[in-house]
Design a protein around this ligand. Structure first.
Ligand code: FAD
Length: 471
């Protein structure tokens, strides 16, 4: 017998997840339906709120992410009720979710925003650490935890690719940014006990880049030595006892890469890399990507999943199940994407998706139609890297453009780096590092797909005021 479906107006708007996507979705629903109760169910004791929001151009936005108590959210939006309990089951036929505290909540429309889980290179090893976004996002937060360990330490950084930040940057931009990294740092002011840690990163999508970026920044601030091992992966991790029994040899920190020496010191943990090198260290920071957190919701439900394991959503953030929407890291954008937008698991997209999902849920429940939000027209992200402003627009790394694209570059060492990706005379993407003031103009040029062939190299000529040119 088919399970009885509750009438469309039964139940509430329910949002699962207290991250940026979930909180933004709940806030938007609460604003649109001030006389209805909106339920936000989250597994964590704190929620993440967007603060200091600034729209810096049509699509580029900047904001801070702050962890807050859920009562602060309930105070700001009295019709939001936060339930602090993990969802353990979704009974989609019955329009009902079951939480760890044993309660069931009937929904009329549900938005799943349970984020993604960092992948650890190995589970259950006390010396392998993962970090959360808000730990790493604010260097000051991270300091509280790690400052004393990291100050004066040596860092061995193992990466799968040839250069740091492969997904975000081409070799030129990476060089521009990392020249600071390679420069020897002065001795740290307070010398702590000698510490060494290893970080391992497989470059996967934006999230990974951010993590790596944050670690790098922290390292720059607090370590005085960093050694890169490129094009390798972690092969094996040994605890001290295991390593001693195996009688393997490890290397000392390579001060001079040409002369590697055997380490006589014993370390709590050892990492063997696929390039056969073994290093001992105090702890390992694992930064190897994330997996969408779909596990609690998929059992017994026929969700369509993306290749990356996320819940597939259409251009209305709707999953393949009736009245179930998804936003943020948990979802996989499966609509016909704009040629200059791609999904990257970042705060900006979590906010935009959460906001737009709420608009779609509201429109569907009122029987209105709604157009896709324009933030999905163009990929636009602004961030900081080594204190430089970094703006990424469209297909900034020529993603998926094939071989018939051209790159135009302008670089002033230590000041700015500009890269433009052109195809058939049209601007498809750009990387702007430093205070270039070009983001708005380039955003427009990518959006309007104007034929720029006749401008040739003038496009990046520093003596031409390009903003005036296209006004
Ligand atoms: P999340 O923020 O992960 O929130 C998920 C929420 O769901 C949490 O509240 C969780 O408790 C809840 N939840 C999970 N399971 C359940 C359940 N079963 N029941 C109920 N609730 C549940 N992005 C940037 O733009 N800039 C950066 O600098 C940056 N740095 C990052 C650094 C690191 C180390 C990491 C891991 C990510 C970073 N990101 C960064 C990416 C960014 O954090 C994510 O894209 C963003 O947080 C996704 O938001 P979300 O709301 O989808 O998910």
């Amino acid at each position: 017998m088919e399970a009885a479906r509750p009438p469309a107006n039964a139940g509430k708007f329910v949002v699962v997840g207290g991250g940026i996507a979930g909180v933004t979705c709940a806030e938007q629903l609460a604003t649109q339906f001030p006389s209805e109760d909106i339920l936000l169910i989250t597994a964590s004791p704190v929620i993440k709120a967007v603060t200091n929001f600034k729209q810096i151009s049509k699509i580029l936005e900047e904001f801070d992410v702050e962890e807050q108590s859920s009562t602060m959210l309930e105070k700001r939006f009295p019709n939001i009720k936060v339930i602090e309990s993990g969802v353990k089951q979704l009974k989609s036929e019955e329009h009902c979710i079951v939480t760890e505290d044993g309660n069931q909540h009937v929904y009329k429309k549900l938005c799943l925003c349970a984020g993604a889980k960092p992948k650890l290179i190995c589970e259950g090893n006390p010396y392998v650490l993962g970090i959360r976004d808000t730990d790493s996002a604010q260097v000051t937060n991270f300091n509280i935890v790690f400052r004393y360990e990291i100050e004066g330490c040596e860092v061995i950084w193992a990466i799968k690719d040839k250069a740091i930040g492969n997904t975000f940057f081409d070799a030129g931009a990476a060089e521009f940014l990392t020249s600071k990294l390679i420069a020897e740092k002065p001795e740290a002011k307070i010398a702590q006990k000698r510490t060494r840690y290893t970080t391992e990163g497989k470059h996967r999508k934006g999230l990974q880049e951010n993590l790596i970026k944050q670690i790098l920044e922290i390292v720059i601030w607090f370590s005085h030595k960093i050694h890169l091992e490129t094009m390798c992966e972690v092969k094996k991790i040994y605890l001290q006892d295991e390593f001693r029994i195996l009688k393997k040899k490890s290397f000392t920190f390579p001060r001079d890469p040409k002369s590697v020496t055997t380490d006589t010191e014993m370390w709590p943990v050892y990492v063997e890399l696929t390039n056969e090198k073994i290093y001992g260290c105090d702890f390992i920071v694992s930064a190897t990507g994330v997996t969408p957190n779909v596990e609690p919701f998929i059992h017994g439900n026929s969700f369509n999943l993306g290749e990356d394991g996320g819940l597939k959503v259409d251009d209305h953030m709707h999953t393949s199940l009736p009245d179930v929407y998804a936003a943020g890291d948990i979802c996989t954008a499966s609509w016909q994407l704009s040629p200059v937008w791609q999904q990257m698991r970042l705060w900006t997209q979590a906010r935009q998706m959460g906001w737009y999902a709420a608009k779609c849920m509201a429109a569907a429940s009122l029987g209105d139609s709604i157009d896709m939000d324009f933030s999905f027209e163009l990929f636009a992200h602004v961030t900081k890297f080594f204190n430089y402003k970094v703006v990424l627009l469209g297909k900034y790394n020529a993603q998926g453009l094939g071989s018939d694209h051209e790159l135009m570059l302008r670089c002033t060492k230590g000041q700015e780096y500009i890269k433009v990706v052109m195809q058939n005379g049209r601007m498809m993407g750009a990387v702007l590092i430093g205070e270039t003031d070009l983001e708005e103009t380039f955003e427009n040029l990518i959006l309007n797909q104007m034929n720029l062939s006749s401008y040739g190299e003038d496009l990046l000529d520093p003596n031409i005021d390009i903003e005036d040119y296209f006004d």
